[in-house]
Structures are given as structure tokens and as C-alpha cells.
Write a protein that binds this ligand. Structure first.
Ligand code: WTA
Length: 637
């Protein structure tokens, strides 16, 4: 196994590392940037296409397409493509949360059979190509099976994070007119059984969902609606174990995943069959250096994009064995995640800064030697230097590169990170754009900024194959959000970043109202909408403030309706019912007024600064500067 060589504050892979890596030569960046379209075209050929594309990239700003005319199926590529060489290799290892329960291992062949049976079951329920299927499931094998089954017949899956509330489920299912929902009775979280079916029952009211498929997981008591509900295992039991995969057009929709943006409503991000497959396959392979002897563990829940790309499709497309863990990483004790790494000999560990900070604080020194680890990686929010160094020293034992991977729900796969066989690894810097990806950092006028100057991170044509193709039913929002800042040929990421002199990118944070709470993407606007919807509330403002472990946490300011009373409990209830516990604010302040400009715009920036201690700037331009003092006093109390 390789070593890392330290030069100044940079780390480089040694010869051994380079020897093992898929990408070990700097020249790939040059080759790719000379002709990124050709570069991606070459990579795409490694997947199986029923019919080869006739045009690699077509651009009609703000829209673009990849592999036009090509026909592909991602489930075929995850399953059949691996059967010849890896039929009996373990595809996924399911680690249940309860310690007394045995793990489940599914080989590629077993997974293939289960997916096919599930496809036939879905067909029996009337699911066809193009139909939308909701998946409201935790981290269990049936979640992966369901996603692959949908993909196999060209039904568009939309996974909803199992910790989201029934209301959040409802809004999403309504938006896409889902026909069928796949859910489960319950699942384990920190030793308790969460009754998910109950949430599903509430969430599908007022939607077009006609059939509910229920996975038996925790055997908890549920309400069973005859004629509408059926059990997953009963349904697939009698099905045959083969169903021909649909030959999907490269640009057909593969899935819709909702994410938060600046406004109140979540956006249904569209990903397509060809481009996403290529991005997921090649980024998983090239960045995590997947080989046949690897055991890959991404802790991300499938309810988020990281879970889609690296807890499901990416490893399967590469024929890798990966771990799927049901529960909390610190349950029943803080060493659970170390035990999982040791139990299965995990070689690549992908997690989020919030978990790293939590373990740094709670564990301090990691006594397990974690000797099988070769790569460790982070995603979701900026990783601070202290957490980086702790991760590097305590988990990677100073021998594993730390891959700080930057990307978004919208990009489908990782776009910026240092590569294991190339480096360099620099604390808090994500690194270089992935070969074939062109990014830039621009000022507000659209000029390139100099090294070490902050600006807006943008992605330039040909973007990359995995980038979103639209927002479901909302082309206007697509154009405005991503192509509104610098014209329709420049994708604006809404992130602020800068480059060092070597061109390594450091992500500073978001430019919009999106906050990252424990790595989960939430919008302050969405929270405000939920709180404002209550008639006891006159208006409110939500801001994200720094938090030592979670990165950020919401703080709520509420102005009550003069004639009505609401308590902290009422507001909390609105939030947990509207989104879920993950959005629980650090603090709720009832205030008389909110700081506003003369045109009536709420100055959230000022509210935020009251917590960070930053200079508040000139307050005289406000319509009501005295409110700032009043709020300051409240916060101090
Ligand atoms: C942030 C998660 C700093 C960023 C894959 C981005 C990061 C948003 C990093 C997308 C990173 C993601 N360093 N910030 N390595 N990775 N982000 O859609 O602000 O949940 O725009 O996708 O997370 O969040 P999303």
C-alpha cells in the first residue's frame, strides 16, 4: 500500500499509490480539456449501450443533451454487465442497526434476480415506462432493488428521504403525480422503531397514488388498507425472475430528486439515463479508485443525491461490493462506524464533515487501527481545517488521501476533487475540477477573478454528462436559477469559491439562502413558508448560523399576529410536520419586528451577523434600525 509524501502543506501520492490508481498522470487534465466532448465520449464507451449515440453533445442554451440517439439501461449496466465476471461476488452488504441481527449479503446474481422479480411485480401493478414511482424507504436492500427495478422498466423514481415528514412526502408526490409508492412498515433508528407506514399513509392523502407496496422490515404494527396496500415479499414471490430491460433513450428521464433552492418550494431535479450513468460510473471509478478487491462504504442516505450516486448506482456500475448501513453511525456506541469498517474490511470510506466533527469531539483519539482503509472522503459542506486534520490523522492514520469532493444534487456526480493517484491534497481545498469538467470563478460582472479572490463558481460548456436537464414542470425556474446570472451558456452553481495559485479550488459556501444542516440541504425560504402558513404568524425570518458540529443550524425569528398567540411548541410542530426533525431550529425568537430595508425587504444578513459577531455595517439605511437593538437584547438574554 502506498504512502503520502508531504511537501509544505500539500500531500502527494507516492509511486505505490500511483501504480494502483486508475488515473495517475497529470496529463489527463490536458487531454480532457483539449476536447472534453471527445473525452466523455471515450469514457461512455466503457458502458453497455444497446445502440451507440450519433451525437455526443448538443447544445441549445440553456438546454443541452449528451449521447443523442444512444440507447442504454442503467439497471442492465449495474446487473447483467457484471454477471459474466462477478456473478457470485457480493454486490451489497446490508448492516442492520440492531446488533443482534445478522447482516444480509446479496451477490450480483441474487440482486439481479430480485430486481427482475420486482420489475414484474411493478408491472402487475400497472407501472409503465414514464410513470412516476415514489420510494419512501430507509437504508435497506429493498430501496436499492426498487430503484433498479424502476430504472429497468423506465419508470421514473423519486426517492423521498425517510426522515422527511408526511407533508414533505405529499408535496413531492403531488408535484410528480406519482402512481405507486414503495415504503416499509418501519425501520430502526437509535434503537427505536420508526413507523414509516404511518407517515406514508398520511403523506399519500390528496395524491394520485393508487397502490402502496410495503416492505416488511421491523414487523411493527401498521394500518393495512385492503385493495390499496400489498406487501413487497408477497408481491414478488410468484413473479418470474426475468424481465427484459427497456431500451431507454439517453435523454429519457431516469429519476427526479427534490432539492432545496432559494424559494419556498423544493425543486424536482431531473436526471437522465445516459448522461447520469456515465457520470456516476466514471466518477465512482476514477475518484474512489474502485477495483475488484474494494469494499466501499458511503454513509449517505439514499434520500439524498450522494446516496443515489455513491450508495447505489456508482458502486454497482463498477461491480463493487458496497456497504449499506441502516442506522446511526454512533449507535449503540460511538465506535459503531469503526466496527463496521473493521467487520467488512472497508477500503474506501465516504462521509460528511458533520459526522467527522461529531466524532472528533466525542471520540478524540481513534483506537481502532482501521488498517484496511485506503481512501477517505468527505462531501456536502466545507470541511474546516481542524476536522480535516483529525480525519486525516485519526481515521486515515496519515496514510490515506482525504478526498474533499464538491458537487450538487444538480450535477449528478462529483465535479471537483483531487484524485488519489495525482493529488495534491490540501486541507480545506476540494482540489481540481475532474478531467472533462470546465469551471471558473467570476465576479458579479462576469470577469474572472484573480488567484485567492472570492467569486461565483460557474460551470462552462460542455458542462458534464450528469448535470441536470431541467426542473420538473418548471422550465422558467431552471433557466432563472442556473442560467440567469451570466447568460444561458454559463451554469451558476450558487456557490462562492476561490482558487489558490496552483488552481486548487476552495469552496467558501453558498451565495443564496440554502443552508446545510448536518450536510442536509435546506432552504431558509422553505422553512419561512411553512411557518408563515400559520395564521398566528404575521411574518418570520429564518437564518442559518454557524454550528460547531452541524456546520450550520437554523434560527427562527417570528413576529406574531397581534390578536393571536403562538408558543415555541407551535412553531416547532409546524417545522417538524412541514419538513421533519432535521430542520429543528437551534432557537426561536419572538420579536416585535424584523429589520427591513425601506422597500420592505427583510435583512436576513443582519440577523445572521448578530450571531457571528461580524460588523453589522451601516444600519441607517434600514426602515426600522431600532429593531436591531431590540433583537440583540433578546439574543443576549
Ligand atoms: C455544498 C451534495 C464545500 C455546496 C452533494 C453545494 C460542498 C451544496 C461540498 C450541494 C464540499 C457540497 N465542500 N461545500 N466538498 N460538497 N457542498 O445538493 O454548497 O445536497 O452547492 O449535494 O453542498 O448540496 P447537495
Amino acid at each position: 500500500m502506498g504512502k503520502l509524501i508531504k511537501r509544505g502543506n500539500l500531500y502527494f501520492p507516492d509511486k505505490e499509490f500511483k501504480k494502483r490508481a486508475w488515473i495517475n498522470n497529470n496529463s489527463i487534465y490536458k487531454e480532457a480539456s483539449k476536447n472534453p466532448i471527445k473525452f466523455w465520449g471515450k469514457l461512455a464507451k466503457e458502458l453497455y449501450w444497446f445502440k451507440k449515440w450519433n451525437k455526443t453533445f448538443a447544445h441549445k442554451p440553456p438546454y443541452f443533451q449528451w449521447f443523442q440517439g444512444g440507447k442504454i439501461n442503467i439497471s442492465y449496466n449495474c446487473l447483467e454487465r457484471n454477471l459474466e465476471k462477478r456473478r457470485n461476488k457480493v454486490a451489497l452488504i446490508f448492516e442492520p442497526e440492531p446488533l443482534g441481527e445478522r447482516e444480509i449479503k446479496l451477490t450480483y446474481y441474487e440482486l439481479y434476480r430480485k430486481v427482475n422479480k420486482t420489475v414484474n411485480a411493478l408491472k402487475k401493478l400497472g407501472v409503465k415506462k414514464g410513470d412516476r414511482v415514489g420510494i419512501y424507504l430507509p437504508m435497506i436492500p429493498e430501496t436499492i432493488i426498487s430503484m433498479l427495478a424502476c430504472a429497468r422498466i423506465g419508470a421514473i423514481h423519486s426517492v423521498v428521504f425517510s426522515a422527511f415528514s408526511s407533508n414533505a412526502l405529499k408535496i413531492r408526490m403531488q408535484e410528480i403525480d406519482a402512481k405507486v409508492l414503495i415504503t416499509c412498515d418501519g425501520y430502526y433508528r437509535r434503537g427505536k422503531i420508526i413507523n414509516l407506514k404511518d407517515g406514508a399513509d398520511k403523506g399519500i392523502k390528496e395524491t394520485k397514488i393508487k397502490k402502496v407496496v410495503v416492505v416488511r422490515r421491523a414487523s411493527n404494527k401498521i394500518k393495512f388498507v385492503k385493495g390499496r396496500d400489498c406487501f413487497f415479499d408477497d408481491l414478488i414471490k410468484e413473479q418470474s425472475d426475468y424481465c427484459k430491460p427497456e431500451q431507454m433513450n439517453s435523454e429519457d428521464k431516469l429519476f427526479i430528486l427534490f432539492t432545496s433552492g432559494s424559494t419556498g418550494k423544493p425543486k424536482g431535479i431531473i436526471h437522465t439515463c445516459g448522461g447520469y450513468s456515465v457520470q456516476a460510473y466514471w466518477t465512482a471509478k476514477g475518484i474512489f479508485d474502485l477495483f475488484d478487491d474494494d469494499i466501499f462504504w458511503s454513509t449517505a442516505d439514499v434520500g439524498w443525491i450522494t446516496g443515489h450516486t455513491y450508495s447505489c448506482y456508482g458502486p454497482l456500475l463498477n461491480g463493487t461490493t458496497f456497504v449499506l448501513y441502516e442506522g446511526a453511525p454512533d449507535y449503540p456506541s460511538l465506535d459503531r462506524w469503526c466496527h463496521i469498517i473493521e467487520k467488512y474490511g472497508v477500503t474506501t470510506f465516504y462521509t460528511a464533515p458533520t459526522a467527522i466533527r461529531m466524532f472528533e469531539k466525542e471520540v478524540g483519539k481513534v483506537k481502532e487501527n482501521l488498517k484496511t482503509l485506503q481512501l477517505i472522503a468527505s462531501v456536502g459542506e466545507p470541511i474546516n481545517e481542524e476536522a480535516w486534520k483529525w480525519f486525516f490523522a485519526q481515521v486515515g492514520k496519515e496514510k490515506c488521501p482525504v478526498l474533499d469532493t464538491w458537487w450538487q444534487t444538480e450535477t449528478g456526480g462529483i465535479l471537483i476533487t483531487s484524485l488519489p493517484g495525482v493529488g495534491p491534497f490540501k486541507p480545506t481545498f476540494a482540489g481540481m475540477p475532474f478531467p472533462g469538467v470546465q469551471t471558473d470563478i467570476l465576479d458579479n460582472k462576469g470577469n474572472k477573478v484573480k488567484a485567492n479572490q472570492k467569486g461565483n463558481l460557474v460551470i462552462l460548456p460542455p458542462f458534464s454528462p450528469g448535470i441536470l436537464r431541467g426542473i420538473y414542470k418548471n422550465p422558467k425556474k431552471y433557466k432563472k436559477t442556473y442560467f440567469g446570472e451570466y447568460g444561458d451558456k454559463v451554469y451558476f452553481t450558487e456557490d462562492i469559491a476561490y482558487k489558490d495559485k496552483k488552481g486548487l479550488v476552495r469552496i467558501v459556501g453558498r451565495a443564496d439562502d440554502v443552508i446545510k444542516v448536518a450536510g442536509h440541504r435546506l432552504s431558509t425560504g422553505e422553512l419561512e413558508n411553512i411557518i408563515d402558513s400559520n395564521n398566528k404568524v404575521a411574518e418570520c425570518a429564518v437564518v442559518g448560523i454557524p454550528h460547531k458540529i452541524k456546520g450550520e443550524t437554523p434560527v427562527v425569528f417570528v413576529v406574531l399576529n397581534p390578536k393571536k398567540k403562538a408558543t415555541e411548541k407551535d412553531i416547532l410542530k409546524l417545522i417538524t410536520e412541514g419538513i421533519g426533525k432535521i430542520a429543528k431550529p437551534q432557537k426561536i425568537f419572538f420579536v416585535k419586528d424584523l429589520p427591513k430595508t425601506r422597500s420592505g425587504k427583510i435583512m436576513r444578513r443582519i440577523l445572521r451577523k448578530l450571531f457571528t459577531g461580524e460588523d453589522l455595517g451601516d444600519l441607517s439605511t434600514l426602515a426600522n434600525p431600532q429593531t436591531v437593538d431590540e433583537i440583540k437584547k433578546k439574543i443576549k438574554k
